[in-house]
Design a protein around this ligand. Structure first.
Ligand code: GBH
Length: 450
């Protein structure tokens, strides 16, 4: 008898997206530019010179997209709010039309019985704030709290699940260390400081929520379990650093009130002992933790990989996605149970999981056949079920992503959607994986048993 894969009755089945990746019209209706607007229009930064001017045109087609979600049977949808639509200069004057857009989106979701989860920051800092130093400026926590409060006051009556930051690790590693994401800086000194300021902003937004919000707020982190590539002491030490850098760097301050000791080993002088009062502010009780999971890291020592001195090894015989990430579903079970072990029994959501796998730019007459994505999703959904069976309190799963979209500096070429987007016509075509996911949802996971 195959194991029964039925998920808890209240389990939320969702898809996730983010504003700059799908909306288009980033400057419409009084919105201000963001750092992604600037970065995407800087020559050389984007694959194929792609940008988010139109993207999926979700800004105009959101009602059709909500209809797609209803057809899938989604019970929840995770999206992000573009800060510069709400506060075009980052602070100060509020742009009512920006709030109206998200209010209409959320109302359409609720009419369809879909619970909204809103992320406040998915990487699109208002350009006006970057001009004031952006996340390097210690005032950024106050700016973020002001923006967050504006959103809470306007939307908390209809948004029950809030997220402060999406993946602070990616913001710092991609945006401030390696320069491959906006704002495109390359400095370990900046990276260390931005980590701390992002965490202060997270804490300040949670504090603001307790003053005006009535529902739930959490943090979303990208986690990858790190396993040593060999038993050698230097590989094991490298694995500890990699784990501290990606996984504990954000969870330790948010949930335990301190940074991992490895941070100084990694960043040297660039790391600082931050004031205890800051750490107090960062460690605010949160209602849930969101985990984005894509792959694991088989980790080896590498003195040339600066500043971590560790590198993810290629695994012979393993399957890799189009973005070159190893498919390793056991890592999702491992990381969910690790969170419980290390941080206690906090409610969890898998807030992103999915893969890009070579779909064509134009859908064929008989649709888009994506068996590799279906296989990836089946394996990972089973891995979530396994984690629940092992005692992890996982309350929902959000597939990345509803639509093919702008994969940041990799442009539109990498497709993560279960709904295909033709970027010439903007036509949507549900892929085979959409049908697969709809069946999983309709059967509460039981279709995964076969
Ligand atoms: C997420 O980040 C983002 O939230 C989302 O906007 C984005 O579109 C989506 O994922 C897809 O990329 O090269 O083997 O060392 C992804 C976070 C962190 C996952 C780095 C892969 C590197 C694996 N990523 N990680 S590896």
């Amino acid at each position: 008898m195959p194991e029964n894969m039925r998920f808890p009755e209240t389990f939320l089945w969702g898809c996730a997206t983010s504003a700059y990746q799908i909306e288009g019209s980033p400057l419409a209706d009084g919105a201000g530019p963001s750092i992604w607007e600037r970065f995407a229009h800087t020559p050389g930064m984007m694959h194929n010179d792609d940008h988010g001017d139109i993207a999926c045109d979700h800004y105009h087609r959101f009602r059709d997209d909500v209809k797609l979600m209803r057809d899938l049977g989604l019970t929840s949808y995770r999206f992000s709010i573009a800060w510069a639509r709400i506060l075009p200069a980052g602070t100060g004057a509020v742009n009512q039309k920006g709030l109206d857009f998200y209010r209409q989106l959320v109302d359409a979701l609720r009419e369809g019985g879909i619970t909204p989860m809103a992320t406040l920051y998915h990487w699109d800092l208002p350009e006006a704030l970057d001009d004031r130093g952006g996340w390097l400026n210690r005032d950024s926590a106050d700016w973020f709290a002001e923006y967050a409060t504006t959103c809470f006051e306007a939307l908390d009556d209809r948004v029950p699940l809030w997220v402060t930051l999406n993946e602070p690790w990616v913001v710092t590693d991609g945006g401030y260390l390696h320069g491959v994401l906006a704002p495109g800086h390359r400095s370990p000194y900046e990276t260390a400081r931005v980590t701390h300021h992002l965490m202060r902003a997270h804490g300040a937004a949670v504090q603001a929520y307790r003053a005006v919000g009535k529902h739930q707020i959490g943090l979303v982190v990208n986690l990858e379990p790190k396993y040593p590539a060999s038993d050698r002491a230097e590989d094991r030490a490298a694995t500890q650093r990699a784990d501290a850098y990606m996984n504990r760097q954000y969870l330790d301050p948010a949930l335990k009130g301190s940074y991992p000791p490895e941070m100084r080993d990694i960043f040297g002088d660039a790391w600082r002992d931050w004031p205890a009062a800051d750490l107090e502010q960062i460690r605010q009780p949160i209602d849930f933790l969101g985990v984005n999971y894509y792959t694991r890291g088989l980790t080896a020592h590498d003195a040339t990989a600066w500043p971590l001195r560790a590198r993810t090894r290629r695994v012979p015989q393993a399957t890799y996605t189009e973005t070159d990430w190893e498919v390793y579903e056991q890592g999702l079970t491992d990381i969910l149970t690790w969170v419980k072990q290390r941080y206690g029994d906090i409610p969890l959501y898998v807030t992103e999981n999915g893969a890009a796998f070579y779909d064509p730019p134009v859908a064929a007459a008989d649709g888009v056949h994506d068996p590799l994505r279906i296989d990836y999703l089946r394996r990972h959904l089973r891995a979530v079920h396994k984690a629940i069976a092992q005692g992890a309190d996982v309350r929902g799963y959000y597939l990345w992503s509803l639509l093919d979209n702008l994969e940041w500096s990799l442009g539109f070429a990498k497709r993560f959607g279960i709904v295909h987007v033709n970027y010439e016509t903007l036509q949507r075509t549900p892929k085979d994986s959409a049908k697969f996911y709809a069946e999983v949802i309709a059967s509460h996971g039981e279709s995964l048993s076969d």
